[in-house]
Design a protein around this ligand. Structure first.
Ligand code: GLU
Length: 479
């Protein structure tokens, strides 16, 4: 084995990609990039009861959509495949035989019914619910006889029943767990498929994984895994368990798909750049208090040492803020492409590309997700509607004077420029004595349908001479 860092993202394809899993994938990816190592995608699909049609494709598409490219994986190949666990069952069987021979595993013939009774008795006696090890000491002959009779069985790990295991985790540091709290884990199920625990350990070893970086919910499985590594005479990888994700009220993050599925965030038009930046900070931060990180910058600055133990709060407000930042700061052309489908869906004309780009440029400053863009852009297209309050401003004598003044002067202009608009604004004050909000509110109402909005020269520029003349004519007709 050489010294290359090899890390993996090992999802079970049970549906959508959870934001927590995106964080796991990202941290693995970043660690590989930072160290010049390899990032591997392995599909842990041995639990056939949880298999969901299309989940793998969906997962791969989502990783691609956010730009987390892996070096080895199902559709990519590599020297350590296959990368689907369901295609590796022979491999697991070989190692489970070795565990049986070494007396580190045993056949268990307990039926569902036996286990149910065991559980009920333990609950009644207020004991911890776990397998009581009754098949541990079956003689070789008994086992052979049961197998010959075709009795269904599982294979369990013969976990030590006393003492404790101590190990080192990069985030949690020293961890000790009493063996008596660890169950005799099933390694091979009655359908012949391995459980996650066996397959995970065998594959991490055979795929030469150097660091296991995954969610904290797997921390309690580490003793079972280390037991298997030891029994098989293998060196375990380094462990790194990422802090829990929490709701803002500090409860465990919701599992409702709409709140946590990465593909749903993408569908809701969150930018991949914002999503990655946001999940990167769920449990990691660099020195200093910079919060904005492109993927390149993360690749440079990421380190496992700066992952925190404390749970990380998933705050959608912060994601919205970041998304707004990326909407404003990424290249206009890129944002315009992303915004297109929203304009088309809202029936807004984007055939004049120059005008469309200008509209995207002003509106992107006023939104936090692209889904809001057409609402802000509509006044550039549609006929304007006014409230009672607006009408009072419109009907005011000064406003009317102002509208006529602008209508006349616009007609006389060759073209609209920032300079001549600013000049007319100044003249409105000098000649008509109208200034401040008495000037800006009616003009915005006439052109944009609300008292607040983009700067006036920008509105004039986007609408153009003909359309602004139309809008002033229309507002004068209102009275
Ligand atoms: N298949 C496990 C999951 O779905 C992977 C856990 C691990 O990384 O070991 O989360």
């Amino acid at each position: 084995m050489n010294n290359e860092i090899r890390v993996r993202f090992a999802p079970s394809p049970t549906g959508y990609l959870h934001v927590g899993s995106l964080r796991t994938a990202l941290y693995n990816y970043l660690y590989a990039r930072k160290t010049g190592g390899k990032f591997i995608l392995r599909i842990e699909d041995t639990d056939r009861s949880r298999y969901v049609e299309g989940a793998v494709e969906n997962l791969i598409e989502t990783l691609q959509a956010v730009g987390l490219e892996y070096d080895e994986g199902p559709d990519k190949g590599g020297d350590f495949g296959p990368y689907f666990q369901s295609k590796r069952t022979d491999i697991y069987n070989k190692y489970v035989q070795e565990l049986l021979e070494k007396d580190a595993a045993y056949h268990c013939f307990c039926t569902e019914d036996d286990l149910k009774k065991m559980r009920e008795e333990q609950i009644a006696k207020k004991m911890d619910v776990r397998y009581d090890g009754r098949c541990r000491n079956l003689s070789k002959e008994q086992v052979q006889e049961n197998l010959a009779q075709g009795k269904p069985f599982v294979i369990r790990a013969k976990i030590p029943d006393e003492g404790e295991i101590v190990f080192f985790d990069i985030v949690r540091e020293r961890v000790s767990i009493k063996w008596e709290t660890v169950d005799d884990q099933v390694l091979i199920k009655s359908d012949g498929y391995p459980t996650y625990h066996l397959a995970n350990v065998v594959d991490d070893h055979l795929m030469e994984i150097t660091h296991v970086i995954r969610g904290e919910e797997w921390l309690s499985s580490v003793p079972k895994h280390l037991f298997l590594y030891q029994a098989l005479g293998w060196k375990p990888p380094k462990m790194c368990h990422l802090p829990l994700l929490l709701n803002p009220d500090k409860s465990k993050l919701s599992k409702r798909q709409g709140d946590v599925a990465v593909e749903d965030f993408l569908k809701k038009s969150y930018l991949p750049e914002a999503l990655l930046n946001f999940v990167a900070l769920l449990g990691w931060h660099a020195q200093g208090d910079d919060e904005l990180y492109s993927l390149d910058k993360l690749e440079n600055e990421f380190s496992l040492k700066r992952i925190s133990k404390a749970g990380a709060v998933f705050d959608v407000e912060k994601l919205n803020w970041m998304n707004g930042h990326y909407l404003r700061s990424l290249e206009l052309g890129y944002i315009a492409i992303k915004a297109k489908s929203f304009f088309v869906e809202a029936g807004l004309d984007i055939s004049d590309n120059e005008k469309y780009l200008k509209i995207v440029d002003v509106t992107r400053n006023r939104i936090s997700t692209l889904a809001e863009i057409t609402e802000v852009a509509t006044p550039f297209y549609a006929s304007l509607k006014y409230s009672e309050e607006d009408r009072q401003i419109i009907n005011d004598e000064n406003s009317q004077k102002l509208f006529s003044f602008w209508l006349d002067n616009l007609k006389a202009l060759d073209s609209i420029t920032e300079e001549n608009i600013n000049h007319l604004l100044k003249q409105s004050t000098d000649k008509l004595g109208i200034k401040g909000k008495d000037l800006y509110f009616p003009l915005r109402l006439a052109l944009f349908g609300s008292v607040h909005g983009p700067e006036l020269p920008v509105i004039f520029d986007i609408l153009g001479k003909e359309e602004t003349i139309k809008r002033f004519t229309k507002i004068l007709d209102l009275k």
